[in-house]
Design a protein around this ligand. Sequence first.
Ligand code: GDP
Ligand code: GDP
Length: 455
Amino acid sequence: AAEEGFDLEDVADDLAAAGHGPLPVLAVVGRPNVGKSTLVNRIIGRREAVVEDRPGVTRDRVSYEANWNGRRFKIVDTGGWEQDVLGIDASVAAQAEFAIEAADAVVFVVDSTVGATDTDEAVVKLLRRAGKPVVLAANKVDGPSGEADAAALWNLGLGEPFPVSSLHGRGTGDLLDAIMEALPEAPELTFGNTVGGPRRIALIGRPNVGKSSLLNKVANEDRVVVNEMAGTTRDPVDELIELGGITWKFIDTAGIRRRVHLTEGADYYASLRTAAALEKAEVAVILIDASETLAEQDTRIISMAVEAGRAVVIAYNKWDLLDEERRYYLEREIERDLVQVQWAPRVNVSARTGRHMEKLVPAVEAALAGWETRVPTGRLNAFLGELVAAHPHPIRGGKQPRILFGTQAGTKPPRFVLFASGFLEAGYRRFIERRLREEFGFEGTPIQVSVRVRE
Ligand code: GDP
Ligand code: GDP
């Protein structure tokens, strides 16, 4: 296969992974400049290339897929988050807090050439409180002479410090072995949350759109089943709520109910919390205040959900406040500003009056169905064959790139890999994506189309 220029091994990985539940999540926390990004890059290795060639996915994503000895997991790099909003110390603590909340295990990176600082000690306190498994990486041990510095980090009280050089790779194998021991095999299987178990919803939106009102409405009317999952201490912030006869898991309801009043940096905290909730959820219900002009923060939250690859439902709340004029402008806004999610089901609700609450569940179900759609390879290629025959790629430099074959490499969200004889222009990729949607639906889900070129 190698001589054909396709990385079939990658595709096989993707296929093997398809249909499995969500992966365990590893958070990488630590002060700026201790080497978090370097470590993450080393761990994800060649997988990064796959992330890059997805159109519409920005390079500064905080979450990547990784693989060690055949075990797959997600790795969340907190280093990409803004660091100067609240001053370094506060922001590091906030990053750690939110990343830890979303994670199944944590790698705490310390710069062993600097030693433990006050900020490191503060993070240790957070880690203790969170009670998640922690692996301590003593970074920048580039040679044997650094081992003593690493050993000094026993003082942090987090157990054995693993001396590593993220830059050169030294010690990272042992570190990864320790990480694998800390990560649960399949976290979502631990309490019956398998296929048919509760689906995970993140209720997100900027402050004051009505998240807590909506949550209270649905929880009161349909009765909260349990506040904390029986027999486990995991995820005490998530709630099981019965809606439309189905039990759903609402992610980070504590964060919604506990209204954080912060003047400075409130947006920053809100955005970290949103990222953490999305990390754990399958579907995002994005609340927008219909009575107000769409804000930049609204579109940013939508982008976060799309880039996280979650199923999406748009809920326009406060519908009771709408008059004719606002309704007119709202229609224009939807056409103009929500093009990136024109595939998402929309519901117009009022948490105050209870209007159209019953439409929420069907919309969420439709989005999840789109998210899990699998197109058989035969059907996909029949479709691609006809499409390419009718609409060939424009000729460039005397050559005409052709799509040779396509396969759906995964679901949740649907991911397609097209093998082509040359580079496909962005416009043509978008065309293909549009036609895929027309043909196969994919309501409520982002889809990803990547192209592998045969040289
Ligand atoms: P982050 O802010 O924690 O994500 O840190 P970066 O990954 O950006 O690394 C900060 C600096 O430390 C960069 O200049 C890296 O090249 C350097 N660095 C990272 N890991 C190592 C290491 O293992 N050894 C040495 N000598 N330098 C490293
Ligand atoms: P959150 O910050 O997103 O959790 O928003 P809240 O649920 O705290 O709501 C913010 C404000 O909007 C409160 O004063 C709510 O009473 C009000 N609100 C929420 N939903 C509705 C609605 O559907 N209609 C109206 N008129 N007001 C609402």
